[in-house]
Design a protein around this ligand. Structure first.
Ligand code: F6R
Length: 369
């Protein structure tokens, strides 16, 4: 049942190209348009939305953080991301024009469920992004976009995460289409990038898995691992660190690269393993700023493990280990960069002799507060 893999988690990591392809299935029209009629919200309702609040827990909240960058960029609608456990205790500003997007793989997470009930009581529209048909959160929502990842058995979320990001992107593009903030050809161009994803994820699996596993062997005794990222790479740093905490039970933390000088750089010491997710070399300056960050931490003794696009000759000289990713646009890098981090955490936990599928103290769906 694990398809020849030692863990469900490993099987699910390798299923990601298919999970993403299945999540796109039937939603990309033959003419390059977006088909999302399954959303049970009318065009008028969607047009009236002036604020989006994404609520979720854990990994699902990091999917939301990635999506925030894309959704605001495409729709120009303000989008916040909030932990479900915080949302209802802070008197949030919600109106009938607010779209609350609840992301949950299981559809049963108590904090997320309580948060959508709170939002509904204030007459917000609630849309669920969920992987489990007929579960409580989509049942109680006004609308739902299912991720079609197939059952996720391992406690640590992998294909759930990737498909959540994809579903959020579809939602963002749909809103942009309805609100008229992006033209048809621009939307078609992004949809083409989505369509290319499964093959690119497969390429990452084929070309980086050995390297990520070797790295796990090398770092098996590391007491602490840090992750740096910027823009959409920042939530990937958080997610890479969470996977390591949950599975390997070691201290791991993700930081926004721009925050380095505001505190985290004090942690950098001789031999500290530090993953850095480098944005693609685009027109903005982010790439160069993150490359400077790599230099700064390396000068202080960090062992730099750099994830960058394959041809990144600027990052290469400062990389103790360079994990090469296919060249994609900034918004599409997260779905590739996370994959070797998942493989690394899975392998490191395996080497430590832990139960990867059932980490201590954790449950697959957290149905209590
Ligand atoms: C991490 C993980 C958890 C879940 C979180 C939300 O690997 O699995 O952080 O992402 O408990 O669960 P769902 O998405 O089912 O609401």
């Amino acid at each position: 049942e694990k398809g020849g893999h030692d863990w469900f988690m490993r099987k699910e990591i390798f299923e990601q190209p298919k999970a993403v392809a299945d999540t796109l299935l039937g939603r990309l029209g033959p003419d390059g348009s977006l088909v999302l009629d399954e959303i049970r919200l009318s065009r008028d309702e969607l047009r009236s939305i002036d604020k989006i609040i994404i609520i979720a827990c854990g990994t699902a909240s990091y999917a939301g953080l990635v999506a925030k960058y894309a959704i605001e960029h495409w729709t120009r609608i303000p989008c916040e991301v909030e932990l479900a456990s915080e949302f209802r205790y802070r008197d949030p500003i919600v109106s009938p024009q607010t779209l609350v997007v609840a992301i949950s793989q299981s559809g049963e997470t108590a904090d997320t469920l309580m948060a959508i009930r709170h939002a509904k009581a204030q007459r917000a529209k609630v849309l669920a992004i969920c992987n489990t048909n007929g579960s409580t959160i989509p049942r109680e929502s006004d609308a739902v976009i299912y991720t079609h990842a197939g059952p996720e058995i391992a406690v640590a979320s992998t294909k759930g995460f990737l498909t959540q990001v994809v579903a959020c992107y579809l939602l963002g593009l749909y809103l942009a289409q309805v609100h008229g903030t992006k033209f048809g050809d621009e939307i078609a161009a992004v949809l083409a990038e989505l369509e290319a994803l499964p093959a690119q994820i497969q390429q990452v699996l084929d070309t980086t898995t050995e390297q990520a596993m070797a790295l796990a062997r090398e770092l098996v005794d590391a007491p602490s691992v840090l992750f740096l990222g910027r823009h959409v790479g920042y939530p990937i740093a958080l997610e890479g660190a969470l996977k390591l905490k949950e599975l390997a039970y070691i201290h791991a933390e993700g930081f926004a690269a721009g925050e380095l000088k505001h505190g985290p750089i004090a942690l950098v010491d001789e031999g500290l393993p530090l993953f850095v997710i480098v944005p693609p070399r685009g027109r903005d300056m982010l790439h160069d700023k993150v490359v400077s960050n790599i230099q700064e931490v390396r000068a202080r003794g960090a062992r730099t493990i750099v994830l960058a696009e394959g041809e990144d000759t600027e990052a290469e000289p400062y990389s103790d280990v360079l994990i090469r990713l296919p060249t994609v646009s900034t918004l599409f890098q997260p779905m590739l960069a996370i994959v070797p981090l998942q493989v690394f955490a899975c392998e490191l936990a395996t080497l430590k002799g832990h139960d990867v599928d059932q980490p201590r103290n954790l449950a697959k769906s957290v149905t209590v507060e």
